[in-house]
Design a protein around this ligand. Structure first.
Ligand SMILES: Nc1ncnc2c1ncn2[C@@H]1O[C@H](COP(=O)(O)OP(=O)(O)O)[C@@H](O)[C@H]1O
Ligand SMILES: [Mg+2]
Length: 341
């Protein structure tokens, strides 16, 4: 007889959680590049709690997305982890170092986009990278090689000889990342705070490619985003940050299995029909008699829903199918219930 709760012996079968608790004491290399426990931060008077007991664990060499709407606390969390501000409560270690007691070591181990205001707008991308490389102590020839390599890697060769002033937002962000890599030993820990917000779709895809490339080399990436799709495409694990708390954490697949993935929006022909169905809906728009119902988006499920809801074909005026939005995920995973009617 087998005990279903017994360790199945996958891999070494070791208890990673226990190793973390004991790892530092035992002198073992901690498996987490980023580890935070109970982070709290308040601002203002009266105090507004911006981070409320945030726990995070990011394994080395993985991409982790902190997903949340404006004001959720994403930037504050990144600033605490990147040592730009201190938390009021909790502890955090990045690359094995305490973010308060070992701030300098953390700073050497990380790269933070946007930090490199040192990028000179009146120089070309190539000049910027060479100069940064020289400043880190590389010889002229080595600096040229390093700049060349990074320009290729970040898809900036065509723009290498143009002034940074003329760069698009996406190019500028890629140059920031490249500049952050010039002198740092790789792989490291990258904090990318909303790296694609405001970028056009093509620049966004290029940046995604850069993130994948960093992760492919063994770097750890923590990025923040407001876009579910971005987290879905890039991240090994996602944490949903909602009003300063982690509302859910897991792989994209695990999180999506907690929401329906798609939404079938129905425009009802009558208010009675609207009211009858409102309780099942995850989206409500009483002015237009529109309700959104969760679905997996398959033809079979959509057809079954329509048949079930409207067997006589009189109650539904129109319908449309959408991918679940970040709002849908938040509504499903937080206790907030939208006003019905
Ligand atoms: N320095 C600050 N002083 C006062 N309030 C702040 C400060 N920084 C952030 N906040 C507030 O904290 C909340 C979370 O902000 P932030 O971490 O920037 O969220 P996000 O990056 O998810 O949009 C917001 O309500 C914001 O106004
Ligand atoms: Mg922010």
């Amino acid at each position: 007889m087998t005990d279903p709760t017994a360790d199945t012996g996958r891999g070494t079968g070791r208890d990673i959680g226990r190793d973390i608790e004991q790892g530092v004491e035992r002198g073992a290399e901690p498996p987490y590049a980023i580890e935070a426990r109970g982070l709290g931060k308040s601002y203002g008077d009266p105090a507004v709690r911006v981070l409320d007991s945030v726990d995070l664990r990011v394994e080395r060499g993985t991409v982790f997305a902190l997903l949340g709407p404006n004001g959720a606390g994403k930037t504050t969390c990144v600033r605490v982890l990147a040592t730009l501000t201190t938390a009021d409560a909790g502890v955090a270690r990045v690359a094995g170092y305490d973010v308060v007691a070992e701030r300098a070591a953390v700073r050497r181990a990380i790269s933070l986009t946007g930090q490199f205001a040192a990028v000179d707008e009146t120089q070309t991308g190539e000049e910027n990278l060479r100069m940064t490389a020289r400043l880190t102590g590389l010889s002229r020839a080595a600096a040229r090689r390093r700049a060349e390599e990074l320009l290729v890697r970040f898809d900036l060769t065509d723009a290498a000889r143009r002034l940074v002033r003329t760069y698009s937002g996406g190019m500028r962000r890629r140059l920031d990342l490249a500049a952050g890599l010039v002198g740092s030993p790789e792989p490291g820990v990258f904090f990318l705070d909303e790296p694609t917000t405001g970028l056009d779709p093509r620049s966004r895809r290029q940046l995604w490619q850069v993130v994948r490339e960093l992760a492919g080399r063994g770097a750890t990436v923590l990025l923040t985003t407001q876009y579910l799709e971005e987290a879905d495409r890039l991240a090994d694990r996602i944490a949903l940050l909602h009003q300063g708390r982690i509302a859910a954490e897991g792989t994209a697949g695990a999180l999506k299995s907690r929401v329906a993935g798609h939404r079938l929006d129905l425009v009802l022909t009558s208010r009675q029909g609207y009211l009858r169905l409102a309780g099942r809906a995850v989206h409500h728009s009483p002015e237009t008699l529109t309700l959104g119902l969760p679905t997996d988006g398959s033809a079979a499920h959509v057809r079954a829903l329509l048949d079930e809801i409207d067997p006589d074909g009189t109650e539904i005026d129109r319908f449309s199918l959408h991918s679940a939005t970040l709002d849908d995920v938040f509504l499903a995973l937080t206790s907030e219930v939208p006003a019905h009617v």
